[in-house]
Design a protein around this ligand. Structure first.
Ligand SMILES: O=C(O)C[C@@H](O)C(=O)O
Length: 308
């Protein structure tokens, strides 16, 4: 929509609340804060981030699904809350593909397999045999049933045919802290969260669940290189409004996201952490709607064990 038309839309009329379904300081929170700070300038109203924790992000998504569809309550959802959660929670209280109006894709980013610094295996093949022989004594950190970290390590554990104990946290921010402190053994996390700890040598990474190495962590081998080609997880975050949000409001929010993604400092900070900024043609609400559909079916297959 043209800027002139968008200027005439009487929105927002007060503070916009963007719900982040995980703990402060984690990957979703980091992406949300970077982008919404810039959106607030465009929209001319403050944007307040509300971290609503619990149940792998699904409590927050349930809340926003039932919020007034006026654009003032939004959620940053992701591959977990708006994809994998459908298969993981047989009684999920919302339908990611029906109870929301997609606004825009915010970022895409690969997932890495991280371990505490002193974890003995040297590479992924040693990791696989070590985890098999020590399954009963290992703890895998995740951000709750339905989160990206849970779903990604479920796929990994399926591929390796292991079933270690999971330890839930309110987000991978605190989970990573526990990994740094050596309280848990390994986790699958989005690159944005992992990069600062990797750069400081506080944790190690065995593999990037992507088809190509990432320039931000060039030493981490791809899944194929490491001998586990099926370990592919392209995580993403997206902005969603409740179902029934009027199209002009969605268009205005979408334009504000796009403008934020084009700000060079926002781009630099995101790409420096390994996130990919969606290209202009990837920013339409319909792209996010399709992604949600694809992820729902992909993770149904992973959870059922029909395709790894
Ligand atoms: O889904 C996850 O693993 C949690 C993560 O996105 C977070 O922000 O803590």
């Amino acid at each position: 929509a043209e800027p002139d038309r968008l200027d005439q839309i009487d929105f927002p009329v007060r503070t916009v609340t963007v719900v982040v379904p995980f703990a402060k300081g984690g990957p979703t929170d980091t992406v949300a804060r970077l982008i919404t700070a810039e959106m607030a300038k465009t929209l001319g109203q403050p944007i307040e981030i509300e971290n609503m924790l619990g149940a792998g992000g699904t409590l927050a998504a349930t809340r926003v699904a039932h919020a007034a569809p006026d654009g003032h309550t939004l959620i940053v959802g992701h591959l977990g809350t708006h994809g994998a959660a459908v298969a993981l929670f047989p009684k999920l209280a919302y339908r990611p593909d029906k109870d929301f109006t997609p606004v825009a894709l915010l970022t895409e980013m690969p997932v890495l397999l991280l371990a505490r610094k002193q974890f003995p295996p040297k590479d992924l093949s040693e990791f696989a045999s070590y985890v098999k022989s020590h399954t009963d004594n290992l703890n895998v950190a995740h951000a709750g049933f339905g989160s990206v970290s849970y779903a990604s390590c479920l796929l990994l554990n399926r591929l390796l045919k292991v079933d270690p104990t999971g330890v839930p946290f309110s987000g991978t921010g605190p989970a990573l802290q526990a990994l740094v402190e050596g309280q848990v053994d390994y986790m699958c996390d989005q690159i944005v969260n992992a990069v600062p700890a990797l750069r400081e040598g506080k944790v190690k990474a065995y593999v990037i669940a992507a088809s190509e190495r990432d320039p931000v962590v060039p030493d981490v081998p791809t899944a194929r290189e490491a001998g586990l080609p099926g370990f592919q997880v392209g995580a993403w975050t997206g902005l969603f409004a409740p179902r029934g949000t009027p199209e002009p409001i969605v268009a205005k929010l979408n334009a504000a996201v796009s403008r934020a993604l084009d700000q060079s400092d926002v781009r630099t900070r995101l790409t420096d952490l390994g996130a990919l900024v969606p290209r202009p043609e990837q920013r339409a609400p319909v792209v996010l709607a399709q992604l949600v559909q694809e992820e729902i079916s992909r993770w149904e297959d992973v959870v059922k064990g029909t395709t790894p």
